[in-house]
Design a protein around this ligand. Structure first.
Ligand SMILES: Nc1ncnc2c1ncn2[C@@H]1O[C@H](COP(=O)(O)OP(=O)(O)OP(=O)(O)O)[C@@H](O)[C@H]1O
Length: 327
């Protein structure tokens, strides 16, 4: 018998690493070609591409010059990417991202988080995964599991804590590509925490990773609003549809006397959304509890406080706009 005739599933699996071997469902050898049927559930296009390349490489010797064809079976995950941006830093974009992820997850959406903020990645603190290190299968990173069981990857997971992140050009690009091309499994929605600002770095990211939609976070001050409008043009330039604007730090209720005040003004973002002809997604109050829960890595949207409800209402609007989950 020739090697061609005796090549079976067992032999093929034995030549592969376990994670990949388990996915091989059938092997056919015909006229000098080897066809593999591979279980592709939970693998998106990038992960399927990586798996195919790895299979071909690993089976090269066994194939002995024959061509290898790989066919995937199982549902292909339709995955959307939504970028969360802000014209200026410190307006609460990362806090909004983490809490929206939690709120979406609670609404039944299979959500993951990519922290693409190369200047100050804060998702590992916000979603309590600071000491975790993502494992790699070949070139493919495995997301770590943060608060509320949310799969996530951050630029902060790729470097040692405290090391200055002066990422530039190609190095940042390669690291970011690893985050986007990770094994996101069955995640149907990835929220991307963008670096603040509207410069070349942000436009390059949008062009490369082509989000399906964008959300802009702003505080109600005039200065922040001017920057939010710039963020709007950035997304227009990148041809990314804007799902809407969120007003953060909108009004302050004193935890001691209960008096409400508006340190940054009020309603400005909703008016700006009107002027820019964009949807207004909702308002998050300035609240000590939000800051404290963020620092503790227990996003407030995990609980049933009024602040949590504010994030959940926005998450529902985003879900509705995307047609995902149970909104
Ligand atoms: N609604 C809020 N009420 C109170 N504090 C808030 C609120 N939103 C965010 N913060 C706090 O404001 C600070 C900045 O928030 P965050 O890091 O989310 O902003 P950012 O826009 O992502 O900043 P960066 O420009 O660094 O990426 C944090 O200390 C956070 O806890």
């Amino acid at each position: 018998m020739t090697q061609e005739e005796t090549l079976d599933v067992g032999k093929v699996r034995a030549a592969l690493r376990p994670g990949l071997a388990d996915r091989v469902a059938a092997v056919r050898v015909r006229e000098g070609a080897i066809s593999l049927v591979v279980e592709g559930t939970g693998l998106d296009a990038a992960a399927r591409g990586a798996a195919e390349a790895e299979l071909k490489e690993a089976l090269n010797d066994l194939a002995n010059g024959k061509t290898i064809a790989v066919a995937f079976m199982g549902e292909r995950v339709t995955r959307r990417i939504v970028a969360i941006g802000s014209g200026k830093g410190g307006v609460g974009k990362s806090t909004v991202t983490a809490n929206l992820a939690v709120a979406l997850k609670r609404a039944g959406v299979k959500v993951g988080v990519i922290d693409a903020d190369i200047y100050g990645p804060s998702q590992p603190i916000l979603l309590k995964s600071e000491d975790m290190k993502p494992e790699a299968e070949g070139e493919t990173l495995q997301p770590v599991i943060g608060a509320a069981d949310i799969p996530m990857l951050s630029m902060g997971h790729l470097v040692n804590k405290g090391r200055a992140l002066a990422w530039r050009g190609p190095m940042a690009g390669r690291a970011l590509a690893q985050l986007f091309e990770a094994n996101w499994g069955d995640a149907e929605l990835l929220l991307v925490d963008l670096p603040p600002g509207t410069g070349d770095v942000q436009i390059t990211m949008l062009q490369k990773f082509r989000p399906d939609g964008a959300v802009i976070v702003s505080t109600p001050q005039d200065l922040a609003l001017a920057d939010a409008a710039r963020a709007g043009s950035l997304f227009d330039q990148g041809e990314v549809p804007i799902l809407g604007l969120i007003e953060n730090m909108a009004g302050y209720v004193c935890p001691h006397c209960g008096e409400a005040s508006d340190p940054f003004g009020s309603g400005g973002v909703e008016r700006a959304a009107g002027r820019l002809d964009l949807p207004f997604l909702g308002r998050i109050p300035l609240s000590l509890a939000i800051r404290e829960s963020s620092d503790a890595g227990t996003p407030i949207a995990l609980g049933d406080t009024p602040e949590g409800a504010a994030y959940r209402a926005i998450a529902d609007r985003i879900s509705e706009a995307l047609g995902t989950g149970a909104a």
